[in-house]
Ligand binder design. Structure first.
Ligand SMILES: [Zn+2]
Length: 442
């Protein structure tokens, strides 16, 4: 089956003025100005759509959709926010995580996201199969996903921040990491599911766990992820607990590797940016979360110039508090301009970060671009809401007029969102069920 996505209003790709051809799960060809593709079975008229490569989210905590705008946590910086929420999160049960994952994945997909990364590091008793639950939900929705098997092994009694009931010992963590890598990790191009290993943050993990996770990632050829340099508090705590600045902790534990992508990356010095860039370590820029928690501003332009892949992340829904990827692009544009100037961060930059840049963070060269051989992951937006009326440049309008919902989303050649609705899922029923679970949970 060859489908021509024909004559888009605008498209974020070179030499594709007349659209593209999808064959099976992949992009067979772009159609340049004046061109007409051959052997077409089906035509999709995209003349009212702006076409983007599917957006790639590089950092999230799905379970936090259950604690958005929570009264105990609003208006607080990171550590006070975490300490307020840990005891609530410690009550998380499998069915609640399942609903949270389904809701977050659906919310992301409706905003044009086709690949999601989730960092799940919370393992209270009974939630040992958290990764399995997220994989099942992604498969049911047809979403591409990197599920990060998170971990914490230092609790309050060891000088860490989380309560004892949500952490696990190193042996348990590594055994389960290996179990889910064997079960779910698919390193091949076109993979739907990949697994990454993700010790949570410098103030919740031991050096040994960092080292062992890096060795395991090497053996199974998977990515490594962690929160790093999010706040000054974190830097101080890292110096107290490990006697090292966060980037030196990476160096000492075998993490200065192109396998690694970091969440946040706000507080680096010039020397650290150069070292990270040289090692090709990716950074997930989570602008909304950094603004909500007043953590600081990620040095996006310096990191990219140094050689680091730069991607975007919505971060968890307790510090954003939405999971909308298009909003993440707008936030990145605005905070970037505030830092660097109006001509330094453009709508094309944030589109590139949310697609190709994010894909590179996840170690993927098969998604994030509209080009021959790439996976057919697409997000199509209509400009028919009041907010777009009077807009001229359609690509710029998506960001500047604040597009927030895709009209159509294709993942691996299949339409997963049609007319702004998820295919095969009752959105109203899901919201009702998720809201009930959140009330009971919190
Ligand atoms: Zn996070």
């Amino acid at each position: 089956m060859r489908t021509w996505i024909k004559d888009p209003l605008a498209i974020f790709a070179e030499d594709a003025e007349r659209g593209l051809v999808v064959e099976g799960t992949r992009i067979a060809s772009r159609v340049a100005r004046g061109g007409t593709p051959e052997r077409i079975d089906e035509v999709f008229d995209a003349s009212r759509h702006v076409v983007l490569p599917g957006l790639v989210n590089t950092h999230h905590h799905f379970y936090q959709t259950l604690t958005r705008a929570h009264p105990s946590a609003i208006n607080k910086p990171l550590f006070a926010w975490l300490v307020a929420l840990y005891p609530i999160w410690a009550r998380l049960k499998p069915n609640e995580l399942r609903l949270a994952a389904r809701l977050a994945l659906t919310e992301l997909m409706l905003s044009g996201c086709t690949t999601a990364a989730d960092h799940h590091y919370l393992y209270p008793r009974g939630l040992e199969n958290a990764v399995d639950i997220e994989v099942e939900e992604a498969r049911t929705l047809g979403m591409r996903m990197t599920v990060s098997r998170g971990s914490m092994n230092l609790s309050e009694k060891d000088g860490g921040l989380p309560p004892d009931s949500v952490v696990q010992d190193e042996e348990t963590i590594l055994a389960d990491s290996e179990r889910v890598l064997k079960l779910f990790h698919d390193p091949k191009p076109g993979a739907q599911i990949r697994v990454a290993l993700a010790p949570c943050s410098p103030f919740t993990i031991s050096k040994d766990l960092m080292r062992a996770s890096a060795r395991l990632a090497e053996r199974y050829d998977c990515r490594l992820h962690t929160h790093l340099c999010e706040t000054r508090d974190e830097e101080r705590r890292c110096l107290e607990m490990h006697g090292l600045r966060p980037v030196d902790l990476l160096e000492e534990t075998g993490w200065m590797s192109s396998r690694v992508w970091l969440a946040h990356g706000v507080h680096f010095n010039t020397d650290e940016i150069a070292r990270l860039g040289k090692a090709k370590i990716g950074v997930s820029h989570c602008a909304a979360s950094n603004m909500v928690l007043a953590s600081g501003i990620c040095p996006t332009c310096e990191l990219e110039a140094a050689g680091s892949p730069l991607g975007l992340g919505v971060d968890g829904s307790a510090s954003n508090d939405s999971s909308n990827m298009m909003e993440a692009l707008r936030h990145a544009l605005m905070i970037g301009r505030l830092r660097y100037g109006a001509d330094k961060v453009t709508h094309r930059d944030v589109l590139r970060w949310a697609t190709e840049g994010s894909a590179r963070c996840l170690g993927r060269s098969d998604i994030g671009r509209i080009a021959e051989g790439y996976e057919a992951d697409l997000a199509l937006f209509k400009l028919d809401e009041p907010r777009f009326s009077g807009a001229h440049d359609p690509l710029a309008a998506l960001i500047l007029c604040s597009a927030h919902r895709a009209d159509r989303v294709m993942i691996a050649g299949n339409w997963r969102v049609v007319d702004g609705q998820p295919v095969g899922l009752d959105l109203g029923a899901l919201i009702a069920e998720h809201r009930r679970a959140a009330q009971q949970f919190a």
